[in-house]
Design a protein around this ligand. Structure first.
Ligand code: AMP
Length: 212
């Protein structure tokens, strides 16, 4: 079973993927996370990807494909794909991969949010280096500089979450990723959800759709 999460950067795909993982045990594959892991491990792919990602552009397909195939092969029976496909070419490639695996798409969920809200959310997003928790200062009353999950003070902002890179990512999204929806929008497994609501409400709607 494969679930695709579509939506602009900052729309909440990672948050929903984590909730889906918790409730249904599906494996979360984020191509952004796979690339960040390569950067952390200083691999040849990571070295090439770092500057591209920091600028907010997309990395070339051939750099992603190997990582994606490995992750899909190791993914088992239930997968949530977050951050792929991001172009029409990737959508066609994914179709081939899914067929070759003998798998099927169970749901494509497109999380919609206004561009203004997206930029606001991206620049307020932070991650804890210690436990990996991703949280948003926009939704916190008091922020004491510590991770709300584990209390570590080692909290940072992703290098591509500054305003300039966020705006560029949004342009890239508009030009290259938003059209991907054409591949799915007429299918009965396609669903649009309004991402402005609290994450639990968005998740409720997604859960109902998946279970129907
Ligand atoms: P994300 O964590 O999904 O916001 O991705 C962060 C960055 O990783 C993007 O801005 C791109 O530079 C790169 N990236 C992630 N997924 C893809 C993809 N499917 N195709 C090309 N670049 C990607």
């Amino acid at each position: 079973m494969i679930i695709l999460l579509l939506g602009a950067p900052g729309a909440g795909k990672g948050t929903q993927a984590a909730l889906l993982n918790k409730k249904y045990g599906l494996k979360h594959i984020s191509t952004g996370d796979l690339l960040r892991e390569e950067i952390k491990n200083n691999t040849p792919v990571g070295k090439k990807a770092a500057a591209i990602m920091e600028s907010g552009a997309l990395v070339p397909d051939d750099m992603i494909l190997g990582l994606l195939k490995n992750a899909l092969n190791a993914g088992g029976k239930g997968i949530i794909l977050d951050g792929y496909p991001r172009t029409a070419a990737q959508a066609r490639e994914l179709d081939r991969l899914i067929k070759a695996m003998g798998e099927k798409i169970k749901a494509v969920v497109n999380i919609k949010l206004s561009e203004e809200e997206i930029v606001n959310r991206i620049i307020m997003r932070r991650q804890c280096k210690k436990c990996g928790n991703i949280f948003n200062l926009r939704f916190m009353k008091n922020f004491d500089g510590k991770c709300p999950k584990c209390g570590s003070g080692d909290v940072y902002q992703r290098p591509d979450d500054n305003e300039a890179a966020a705006k560029h990512r949004l342009e890239v999204y508009r030009a290259q990723t938003a059209p991907v929806v054409e591949f799915f929008k007429d299918k009965d497994f396609y669903k649009e959800v309004d991402g402005i609501r609290p994450a639990e409400k968005v998740f409720e709607e997604i859960s109902k759709f998946i279970e129907k």
